[in-house]
Design a protein. Structure first.
Length: 311
């Protein structure tokens, strides 16, 4: 008998940025309602699933992954095992994740890994769960996993887990500045709550229910960078800037050197600068790089998890 060539399937799924983020009042259970507009951008994770008896996970690519777990606490591993349990599949998969999305930058890299794993394993195993079935499993893995599966532009409401696609035409050019600030999402939220409490007289009480501004939806619908730049907003930004003051200087640098607008993406520390063209993106990238920042250019929106290769 010759050596059996193990089959493998490679799927890529995108990272995302938060173009708009509003946070409702702190509720009794310690949670907030949020309203956000996500845009999937052209920074992709690639997951290759290869036939195996058991499950394993390893990382490759340009990002230092030494701090990432490869056991059952990893979202990609959980995704593969969830699909197997759901379908009664008794085999396994060796997963290799080619990482390009920064770790802990609020860009949903781990969620993209999970979404890509679901699609790859469903294809590899022939379990035939299909898009809608995978969507239900994705939702069980985390709020950002269904979005990485779908891609595009979407509105997230509730606790961020209720997704509805937003109509979008055209494309946007972004320059992302990556920071080593290492902000903790819970700490950013606590800082926001504290700020709101301290300034209750000026700010007034916060609404419990929040929604994405019409102006934002309109801007992405017509694909107009100028109006999106004016409508972009993030309630968490002030808190992130208080915790990492160097981000303020970064925003000022980008906005003074050609960005239409800059925003801290989600709880940070990634900063997304919206620019008017690929040329302007290249120029701003050069400015940020020369100033010692790690930066990259991306476009959005892009499609969600897609099979690249099956052999």
């Amino acid at each position: 008998m010759g050596v059996h060539q193990r089959r493998s399937v490679t799927v890529r799924a995108p990272g995302k940025i938060n173009v708009f983020f509003r946070v409702g009042a702190l509720q009794d259970d310690g949670y907030h309602e949020v309203a956000s507009l996500y845009q999937a951008v052209s920074l992709f994770e690639e997951v290759t699933a290869t036939e195996a008896d058991g499950f394993s996970l390893r990382f490759s690519g340009p990002i230092d992954c030494s701090g990432l777990s490869t056991d059952d606490t990893n979202l990609a591993m959980r995704a593969a095992k969830l699909l197997a349990a759901h379908t009664g599949f008794t085999g396994g998969a060796d997963l290799t994740v080619l990482k390009r999305v920064p770790i802990a930058g609020g860009m949903g890299g781990g969620s993209a890994d999970a979404a890509a794993t679901l699609v790859a394993c469903d294809e590899l195993w022939g379990t035939g769960v299909g898009r809608s079935g995978l969507h239900a499993l994705a939702a069980r893995l985390g709020a950002d996993v269904p979005f990485a599966l779908e891609g595009g532009t979407a509105v997230g409401t509730g606790r961020g887990d209720e997704l509805s696609p937003a109509l979008a035409t055209g494309g946007f050019h972004w320059v992302l500045a990556l920071s080593d600030a290492g902000l903790s999402t819970p700490v950013v939220y606590r800082t926001l709550d504290q700020h709101r409490e301290d300034h209750i007289v000026d700010l007034g009480p916060q609404p419990e229910l929040v929604k994405v501004d019409t102006a934002v939806l309109q801007a992405v619908r017509v694909g107009d960078a100028g109006s999106l730049a004016e409508a972009m907003h993030n309630d968490l930004q002030a808190a992130a800037l208080r915790l990492a003051p160097e981000l303020t200087r970064l925003l000022e640098l980008g906005e003074s050197r050609g960005a239409l607008s800059g925003i801290v993406s989600g709880s940070g520390p990634t900063v997304a600068f919206l620019v008017g063209s690929a040329q302007e993106a290249a120029e701003l990238l050069g400015v940020l790089t020369r100033a010692g920042h790690r930066a990259l250019t991306v476009t959005g929106p892009v499609a969600g998890a897609r099979v690249l290769d099956a052999r």
